[in-house]
Design a protein around this ligand. Structure first.
Ligand code: HEM
Length: 219
């Protein structure tokens, strides 16, 4: 029963997790927050693009936790949009966002333990919205969030996993055209995505020597 449901979700989608993700990370200097982001743009459907930007501090010590800022832009008709810091659904921090009836952005920190359930709230990764970089207009929504707990986490096997602050990380998104059932709540239930994909994101072009100051200024 469940497999039939998944199969029909894929048939209904224009693209079902098969698009190739050949692209490059570029530097984006954000006029709203002053942060420098490593930007990667990727299509979830022909002609429909998502933009993912990550800003990190300079001089991060190897194998330590560090904070990062995530900035995401999506077309307004996205039901919900997920970003997987570890490039997979299970065991890594997920940032899941949608609009509350097209008015404001709701961001939810989640973690999945399997492919059959809705990922639950993840208290190990905490996001703070940076208002200057968060808005909704007629065509798109954008959020900018400072995260503590996104770059160094325990995976599903309990092992510590680390994202390279000066190198390339394998990331993933999940896109759904269906809105959450209770959009004003960040713990809302979700239905399965229509598209997922991975890409390699080079954090070396999103370095910020004044990271802490810029986060504080924008918080
Ligand atoms: C109702 C919620 C969800 C359900 C039922 C669900 C279910 C599934 C299933 C069954 C697969 C395997 C598909 C395949 O192998 O063909 C999958 C893959 C995937 N899902 Fe979800 N998912 C949900 C939410 C999310 C969320 C919130 C994210 C956030 C980023 C996400 C990210 C991914 C990714 C990246 C994959 C690719 C393969 C993997 O890493 O496991 N999913 N999902």
């Amino acid at each position: 029963m469940r497999l039939w449901g998944l199969a029909s979700a894929c048939v209904a989608a224009i693209l079902c997790s098969t698009a190739s993700a050949a692209g490059t990370t570029t530097t984006y200097r954000d006029p709203d927050t002053g942060l420098v982001f490593a930007e990667y743009a990727i299509q979830y459907q022909i002609g429909r693009t998502l933009v993912f930007r990550v800003a990190v501090p300079t001089q991060v010590q190897s194998l330590t936790a560090y904070d990062a800022v995530l900035q995401v832009i999506a077309p307004i008709d996205a039901g919900w949009l997920g970003f997987a810091w570890g490039g997979r659904m299970i065991g890594d921090p997920l940032a899941v966002a949608w609009t509350n009836n097209g008015q404001s952005v709701v961001l939810s920190s989640r973690r999945a333990t399997d492919h059959a359930s809705v990922p639950g709230i993840n208290t190990a990764a905490q996001y703070t919205i940076l208002k200057a970089g968060t808005h909704v207009n007629r065509t798109h929504f954008q959020y900018t969030a400072h995260c503590t707990g996104c770059t160094y986490y325990s995976n599903s096997a309990g092992a510590k996993t680390w994202l390279y602050s000066t190198g390339t990380n394998h990331l993933a998104f999940a896109y759904s055209g269906t809105r959450p059932s209770n959009p004003s709540s960040n713990s809302s239930s979700l239905t399965i995505h229509d598209v997922t994909n991975n890409w390699d994101h080079d954090f070396s072009v999103g370095q910020n020597a004044n990271f802490a100051d810029l986060v504080a200024k924008n918080s």
